[in-house]
Design a protein around this ligand. Structure first.
Ligand SMILES: [Cu+2]
Length: 350
């Protein structure tokens, strides 16, 4: 049954690519590009990748990206942990978390080698918790939303040809996101009290964001490797500092025709533990209030689809989506297990 389903899925996918690609005359992907790897609407970069290219002089790109990440079931280290056992140690346990992010991004080509980029985002977090009352388990929700930290980058491409692009980038993250979000008045825990580190909209710290991107495009195939980091410079005004984060990602994309491309991507990241603590948080309330339950390593695999509109009015628009599943996770202490991540992106080059 499962094999039949996979065959049907592959058949449906092949039909979609055929229909989307048919009746097109333009097979040149670089027809509208001036110099370097094409980024004008035909970019095969996966939707989850924030940085992947530079722009031509005076060229603008505006984009909106939506991310939805789900986490469920507790793990201790790399192993599943039962909620009943955790309730012996904490008053409440997290069961499910949905984090959604709306990101607005602008890129501008200062010169053929330098591109400026700014990114603003709005976060929404919803966490379902379980609490024990006698023999009964009660479920309730914690919510938090607001503007996140704002990021500004300068991208430099020392090598930029039609087949290769070497990209060095550096950014700064301003702590515009709140670290003082309180629970709703009717909330079972954190009622009008500050919520834990993971439910806050920002880090409260200034951050440096270095990275390197190497991209090779050969006919219809694109390969790319990227290494980047979030380095937190200071403890925030509440006396803690989230861990530094390190990312490695590699992807390959195949351009079926000038309209459609697919990508596969592997992403590995390492997040250091949290230092310091917010004095208002009581460690025994729930695992998220305990600073030992932050950081870890995770590897995920993604599948992506990019669609480039060929109608004249939408020629410089790109729509892309990417879906990922974790293949390996090992966390510090006790945390919710990551289940899936979805990215949807729309961009226009002006
Ligand atoms: Cu761009």
């Amino acid at each position: 049954m499962k094999t039949k389903f996979i065959h049907l899925l592959l058949l449906a996918f092949a039909c979609c690519v055929t229909v989307l690609c048919q009746a097109q005359n333009d097979t040149s992907r670089t027809a509208t590009c001036s110099k370097g790897i094409c980024t004008c609407g035909n970019d095969p970069s996966p939707a989850g990748l924030m940085i992947s290219h530079t722009h031509s002089v005076n060229e603008w790109m505006l984009s909106y990206r939506f991310m939805s990440a789900d986490a469920q079931d507790l793990i201790a280290g790399g192993n599943t942990s039962a909620s009943s056992e955790v309730l012996n140690r904490y008053a409440s346990v997290p069961e499910h978390m949905k984090m959604q992010m709306h990101m607005l991004m602008a890129m501008y080509g200062i010169s053929e080698r330098f591109t400026f980029m700014a990114m603003l985002n709005y976060n929404q977090m919803n966490m379902q918790m379980a609490m024990q009352f006698g023999n009964e388990i009660h479920h309730h929700h914690m919510r938090s939303s607001g503007v996140g930290d704002s990021k500004f980058y300068l991208l430099y491409a020392p090598v930029k040809t039609e087949t290769w692009e070497y990209l060095l980038f550096g950014g700064v993250s301003m702590p515009t996101g709140s670290i003082r979000k309180k629970g709703e008045p009717q909330s079972m825990i954190y009622s009008n009290a500050r919520m834990p580190y993971g439910m806050q909209n920002g880090s409260g710290s200034w951050e440096v964001l270095p990275g390197l991107n190497i991209r090779h495009q050969k006919n219809d195939l694109t390969f790319c490797y990227q290494s980047s980091a979030i380095l937190r410079l200071n403890s925030n005004s509440l006396g803690y500092r989230l861990g530094n984060e390190f990312y490695h990602t590699a992807w390959a994309a195949w351009q079926w025709c000038s309209k459609v491309s697919n990508s596969i991507r592997v992403d590995a990241n390492y997040v250091q533990g949290l230092r310091g603590r917010d004095q208002q948080l009581q460690t025994i309330v729930e695992p998220q209030a305990n600073t030992l339950n932050y950081g870890g390593t995770k590897t995920s695999a993604y599948f992506g689809l990019n669609f480039h509109f060929k109608k004249a009015a939408l020629e410089r628009h790109l729509f892309s989506a990417e879906f990922g599943l974790p293949v390996f996770q090992k966390v510090n202490g006790l945390q919710l297990k990551s289940k899936s991540t979805l990215f949807i992106n729309w961009s226009v080059t002006i």
